[in-house]
Design a protein around this ligand. Structure first.
Ligand code: SF4
Length: 149
């Protein structure tokens, strides 16, 4: 029975919400899990498709501290949209009593272990992953479900 609600990066479930309008997966949902799909970048008001974006100056934790930002390939600062989407996803978790999230690795929003910071893939969290971690929600990398990015 699927009764445990878990937030999941929507693109992992086959929804075409990535920057280029494509999806990833669909990933196998673990037994007993009721996935709640969310794309924080869409939730933050960004369109699909949209210019791809990367972290600048630090990872998602640094963004939460105001020490880093997110900039798209057009040179636009999209930090506020990323923060708005992450806060919206956290609000959804609180509304639904969600205590765990399965997130797409390497994304500037959803990355759990590694994210692109400038032109380098570095250890760190995306903006949503950092916010959920800060709120005490367990975050799991898509790689731990056998999904290779
Ligand atoms: Fe949206 Fe996260 Fe998937 Fe990127 S990785 S498309 S932000 S759900």
């Amino acid at each position: 029975m699927r009764d445990k609600r878990v937030l999941m990066s929507a693109c992992l479930l086959g929804l075409g919400c990535r920057y280029d309008g494509t999806a990833r997966g669909p990933i196998s949902v673990p037994e007993g899990v009721c996935p709640v799909p969310v794309c924080p970048e869409q939730l933050g008001g960004l369109p699909t498709p949209r210019p791809s974006a990367r972290l600048r100056g630090g990872d998602g934790r640094a963004v939460l501290q105001g020490k880093a930002k997110v900039v798209n390939v057009a040179g636009e600062d999209v930090t506020e949209a990323f923060l708005r989407g992450a806060r919206g996803a956290l609000a959804l978790c609180r509304l639904l009593g969600i205590r765990k999230a399965i997130l797409k690795e390497r994304s500037p929003s959803c990355g759990v272990r590694r994210v692109w910071i400038g032109d380098e893939l570095k250890e760190g969290r995306g903006v949503l992953a950092a916010l959920l971690e800060q709120a005490g929600i367990e975050i799991v990398s898509s790689e731990d479900l056998g999904y290779e990015t």
